[in-house]
Ligand binder design. Structure first.
Ligand SMILES: NC(=O)c1ccc[n+]([C@@H]2O[C@H](COP(=O)([O-])OP(=O)(O)OC[C@H]3O[C@@H](n4cnc5c(N)ncnc54)[C@H](OP(=O)(O)O)[C@@H]3O)[C@@H](O)[C@H]2O)c1
Length: 319
């Protein structure tokens, strides 16, 4: 049986539970592709799931292999696959929220959960895109239907999801407001942010108003960010509470004020990734990778991400 290297865990816990092991290499079923993973993006959901939160309820008890963001090369196609061939460079966020096992040398998944990787960037940058960019895209385009001239507030604008949300909102013609520490403001202006608030020295609700859509990537777990966001919305405005969802209390407060508050969970979407790849290749959207770690140093990368200060994304180099 062919084996592959993977980062696995036998128990929930801190970064020390992550171990590099040899596991059987998967084989593609009909409609699936086997992808040789070159790079794998890291997301907060990996850290939360490792600890027993996040998608642990979906994955069940360890052992399991974390990771959803893949950029790599098609090695083999299963019966019936006609849109991809061996040798094609692809990227994707397969299976989410089920186990994808991206922190390994190979993954198998339905071919349509991948798209051709953007040509203008390498695998490290491409692996930084799927989960974060699909979140921003599905929030702004599918959930909110942002239109030109609308005002969009993005909390945690400098993070993995936030830096895509700023750029997509700008691309959709919105006036973009972001929250981030002042050291990141100049960079975010370069990505298209029109107004920025340093959340460490100002209360955003004191200066920001008339917002149509809030993409909240911080949540009520930190300084009641979702609840405070209701204060900045126009009547009928939409709050997308991305990390923590909408509590009954938040739902009640929103309804009382004629506002909409919604939970959100990203889904695999190869067609949206193909559109996002075009935007990257056209130079309209940039991918920020703060650091690339070798697969064996996954624990160190987890620790860094958990500090919550990343500019853009962290990536693991697998192949
Ligand atoms: N429901 C879903 O489908 C879904 C999908 C993707 C992500 N998420 C969740 O959304 C959250 C964000 O994900 P991510 O990948 O963007 O995380 P990330 O890359 O780790 O975010 C890091 C950024 O957060 C900023 N930040 C931290 N606290 C902040 C605050 N109070 N106000 C404003 N900015 C703050 C930091 O900027 P500064 O250094 O400037 O503070 C840093 O740049 C996570 O909780 C993640 O699990 C949910």
């Amino acid at each position: 049986m062919a084996l592959m290297r993977a980062v696995s865990q036998d128990a929930f816990g801190g970064p020390e539970v992550l171990r590099t092991v040899d596991l059987p290499r998967p084989e593609p079923l009909p409609t699936e592709v086997l992808v040789r993973v070159v790079s794998a993006g890291l997301n907060p959901v990996d850290v939360k799931t490792r600890e027993g939160g996040g998608m642990a309820g979906v994955l069940g008890e360890p052992p399991f292999v974390l990771g959803w963001d893949v950029s790599g090369v098609v090695e083999e196609v299963g019966f019936g696959v006609h849109n991809l061939r061996p040798g094609d460079e692809v990227y994707g966020m397969p299976w989410f929220p089920r186990q994808a096992g991206a922190f390994a040398e190979y993954v198998t998944a339905p071919s349509r959960q991948f798209a051709r990787k953007p040509r203008s960037v390498g695998h490290d940058e491409a692996a930084a895109v799927p989960l974060a960019a699909l979140t921003a895209w599905q929030a702004l385009v599918d959930a909110a239907g942002v239109r030109p001239g609308q005002r969009v507030l993005v909390h945690a604008a400098a993070g993995g999801v936030g830096h895509f949300a700023v750029q997509f909102a700008k691309h959709l013609g919105a006036h973009v407001i972001g929250t981030a520490r002042s050291g990141k403001h100049e960079w975010l202006r370069g990505l298209g942010a029109d107004e920025l608030v340093d959340y460490t020295s100002a209360r955003f609700e004191e200066t920001v108003k008339d917002v149509d859509v809030v993409v909240d990537l911080v949540g009520d777990g930190h300084d009641a960010t979702s609840t405070r966001s209701l204060d900045v919305l126009v009547p009928g405005g939409l709050l997308l509470a991305v990390p923590s969802g909408v509590s009954p209390e938040l739902a009640r407060r929103a309804e009382e004020r004629g506002l909409r508050a919604s939970a959100f969970l990203v889904e695999p979407d190869g067609a949206a990734l193909a559109r996002i790849a075009e935007l990257i290749d056209d130079g309209r959207v940039r991918v920020e990778v703060e650091e690339v770690f070798p697969l064996e140093r996954a624990g160190e990368a987890h620790k860094r991400l958990a500090e919550g200060r990343t500019r853009g994304k962290l990536v693991l180099r697998v192949g």
